[in-house]
Design a protein around this ligand. Structure first.
Ligand code: ADP
Length: 174
């Protein structure tokens, strides 16, 4: 049987799947990094949907997730989740918030019948979460979720850099 969880290096906007997860910020209005790339390549439809969500619920809290169209991206949906801004004095809280990003994103994927989900390395850019710690949380959380759920066929961690990719490969090998 093919592995249900894998890691690759690449640009998340270029890889086809059902749902692309975005490392957004609480405003949902777009930013830099992967968020910037998703809005740039996906077009204005994504921001239009984000504005509707803002009107309804005023943004997205850290650890939570919302879903929009994927616009011009090669996916059905973008799931926007907000990772924690790293604070070394609150490691346990950081890990819980980051795990919530993965759980809530996968829950939304299930509710929207997505079978193939691509994640970036949430919080490891501008939000400065140490890459090895973030990779461990990501892999363990997704493994636990998939063990309880068989509607998602594949989760791919799309790593923009080799440092992240190596950490993911190590944790995936166990
Ligand atoms: P955060 O604010 O959550 O840290 P960033 O976008 O700054 O979000 O970074 C999150 C991760 O996404 C980083 O590892 C960064 O290298 C990566 N990244 C940036 N652009 C892309 C992209 N186009 N595809 C995949 N990953 C990306």
């Amino acid at each position: 049987m093919q592995e249900r969880i894998t890691a690759v290096t690449g640009n998340i906007v270029a890889l086809a799947c059902d749902a692309i997860v975005n490392a957004a910020n609480t405003s949902l209005l777009g930013g830099g990094g992967v968020d910037g790339a998703i809005h740039r390549f996906g077009g204005s439809e994504i921001l239009d949907d984000c504005r509707k969500i803002i009107a309804k619920q005023g943004g997205c809290k850290t650890g939570e997730a919302v879903i929009t169209t994927a616009g011009k991206l090669p996916a059905k949906f973008v799931i926007h989740t907000v990772g924690p801004v790293w604070n070394a004095e609150k490691q346990a809280e950081m890990a819980e918030l980051l795990a919530n990003c993965y759980k809530n994103s996968l829950q939304l994927a299930v509710e929207n019948e997505c079978k193939i989900v691509h994640f970036p390395c949430i919080s490891t850019g501008v939000y400065k979460y140490p890459k090895h710690l973030a990779a461990e949380v990501a892999v363990k959380t997704v493994q636990a979720f998939l063990a309880e759920n068989d509607t998602i066929e594949k989760v791919v961690f799309v790593c923009f850099d080799y440092t992240n990719f190596r950490y993911y490969m190590n944790f995936l090998k166990g």
